[in-house]
Design a protein around this ligand. Sequence first.
Ligand SMILES: Cc1cc2nc3c(=O)[nH]c(=O)nc-3n(C[C@H](O)[C@H](O)[C@H](O)COP(=O)(O)OP(=O)(O)OC[C@H]3O[C@@H](n4cnc5c(N)ncnc54)[C@H](O)[C@@H]3O)c2cc1C
Length: 263
Amino acid sequence: MYNFEVETPGSVADAVAALGREDAQALGGGQTLIPTLKQRLASPSVLVCLSGIAEMKGVCRTDDGQITIGGGTTHAAVAKATAESFPGLSGLASHIGDPAVRNRGTIGGSLANNDPSACYPAAALGAGATIVTNAREIAADDFFQGMFTTDLEEGEIITEVRFPVPEVSNYQKFVQPASRFALVGVFVAKFGDGVRVAVTGASNDGVFRWTDAEAALSANFSAEALGGLSISDDDMISDLHGTAAYRAHLVGVMTKRAVTSAA
Ligand SMILES: Cc1cc2nc3c(=O)[nH]c(=O)nc-3n(C[C@H](O)[C@H](O)[C@H](O)COP(=O)(O)OP(=O)(O)OC[C@H]3O[C@@H](n4cnc5c(N)ncnc54)[C@H](O)[C@@H]3O)c2cc1C
């Protein structure tokens, strides 16, 4: 590690001001950023700690039926608060990492980081969520822009995430046993006007929607509807944990399991 200053703002406005300092970076739960600092892969001179900002925490149901989650809400808190209202999201949150990760890591940090194997990007894209920042609202379809890349500007903070609540949903993760991240994860959400399917862990471009599966499932929401469907392994991740072809195969398997569990 090396020397840096820590700012502990109590409001979003103060955090945004602190992030205006040279070389400043937001610190959520630190589950990704602290190991990155330890490995000297990042070296901000100011860490702006978001964990003391009360307005960025909590889960509530809004009048329009959406579920709004503060960007600083931990995975454990999301899992608990959505267990009845949005079981697909609750199940996803409750299987992230281990208890230590779930009690420190935040939804805002996970989405901002956009790890290609992270779970929350699949839920946000799969449910068609809106990512709300201190400056604007960004549709999930526009937010994720490739591996570790998002539409966020320098110093922009995710203050909340708004999820439309599907009729049914489910997330299936084929766990990479060493890290607990997804070797492949698929989030399926069925709404009144159609089905959305988002895949994480598989693509070199990060999370993506499997539109062929969405069309098949919108016509017939059953695992059988996916029978003749396969996905190309072009641009899929290939590493020591699994080849591109293996991941492409897993996308089909996990999608069928998610549909069966949701239905
Ligand atoms: C052992 C282990 C296992 C894990 N397993 C999984 C898993 O199974 N599935 C999974 O999805 N994840 C997993 N994770 C990652 C975990 O979910 C982290 O919580 C998450 O990646 C980052 O969230 P954080 O709040 O800790 O962010 P931090 O580490 O504090 O920050 C990460 C990045 O996001 C930025 N940031 C943080 N908060 C915000 C905000 N509100 N607005 C804008 N930018 C922000 C930071 O500047 C930094 O660039 C695991 C992590 C560990 C250590």
